[in-house]
Design a protein around this ligand. Sequence first.
Ligand code: NAD
Length: 432
Amino acid sequence: MTRKLSALIVGAGHRAMVYAGYALRHPDELAIVGVADPSPLRRAAAAARFNLTPAQCHESAAALAALPRQADFVINGTMDRDHVPTSLPLLAAGYDILLEKPFATTEDELWQLARAARRHGRKISICHVLRYAPFYAAIRQEVIRGTIGDLLNVQAVEHVSYHHMAVGFVRGKWNRQDRCGSSMLMSKSCHDLDLIAWMKSGVRPVQVSSVGGNFQFRPEQAPPGAGTRCLVDCPIEADCLYSARKHYIDHPERWGFYVWAGLEHLHNPTLEDKIASLKGDNPYGRCVWKCDNDVVDHQSVAIGFADGCTATLNMIGGSAKPSRSLHLIGTRGEIQGVFEDSRFVIRHLDPRPGHEYAERVVDLKVGGDMTGAQGGHGGGDLRLIGDFVRTLRGETPSISSTTLEDSLSGHLIGLGADRARTTGSVVSIATN
Ligand SMILES: NC(=O)c1ccc[n+]([C@@H]2O[C@H](COP(=O)([O-])OP(=O)(O)OC[C@H]3O[C@@H](n4cnc5c(N)ncnc54)[C@H](O)[C@@H]3O)[C@@H](O)[C@H]2O)c1
């Protein structure tokens, strides 16, 4: 018999509800026994889904932390800038925490959280879900085995599709650092920086430099005649690649949890409700060239590790196809693959006469970054919470385990890269 754990949802938004869903799939392993969220609508939705009583519904993380401990751990799915302020009192109240990324928005916050977790002796796992996707877990396993020798270079690329870019970083919640707390590099590609640091686990990143900016989504780049709201005053809407009608009405299932968040009070919003919302004050109805965004749309990062290994990340928003790729070069060979293809190639040096290299394809035969039977991020979402539950039960964590301590390097690279980009300097990384 496995010990059944209990958890509380803190921030009952899109992400926390995905992880909490593990309790419905595995009721023998996990029960959701409460929710904390200032939004009455979100508290009510969580209460209905997990059968919670009014006494199990709390108005904030702080209100929950003021009570005696109610569960084994909390799932903290608040927004970026709330991660540390909400987690500190919960750590003091004795909770272990499954915490969304980016787990801190500044280096000060990062160290504040790390010190608090050490002081209270609590476990924090960061939702670096891609470590749990079979593609990345299998590559990490090859690196641990030494299949390609010592890593001397890592190249990661993230292409953020045009519709994801527009919904997240131009019109949406992560479009201004002063509002959400994070840069685009941290809110989007902290996963990829974490994967780079994970491939080099145990070796400190020591230096970072970075360039980038907002190439496309600014008023000077607007097509001639563009209005300010697609469905209100735009004569070129029918020809526009970023029309809100095309992105959100013609693709009703795509990004609905962001675009229709303002209609949550309606049980089942109709097409007319949605069109009226885009014509009204819904931020997703705005022209992408005339928003209040201040984050980059592309950024490149160069990293140096203590053992001399180098790495690069290229994050480019506005691509036709979403795609993540990884290329590792080691002293004995290389690994190269595209996440969405669920396959990678292992090449070895082969100096025999008539040969140059030997090649083996590893095909994982699972979907890419799609919501499948195992949940989103190539199955990473639900595997991550499953691993956290097993770790708290005392079982051995998987190789993908994303403890706070093991997640510091990737975040320090990202925060350092943003400082390097904005100051035009090479930044040294202090890792303790
Ligand atoms: N791991 C991933 O791949 C991944 C993917 C997307 C988003 N994220 C991250 O997940 C986080 C959540 O994103 P989301 O879209 O689900 O957010 P959301 O806005 O849907 O949910 C956040 C919730 O937190 C609540 N909240 C605010 N202050 C609170 C407080 N003091 N106490 C308790 N609750 C409070 C809000 O009312 C809201 O319901 C973000 O940090 C985001 O960057 C991670």
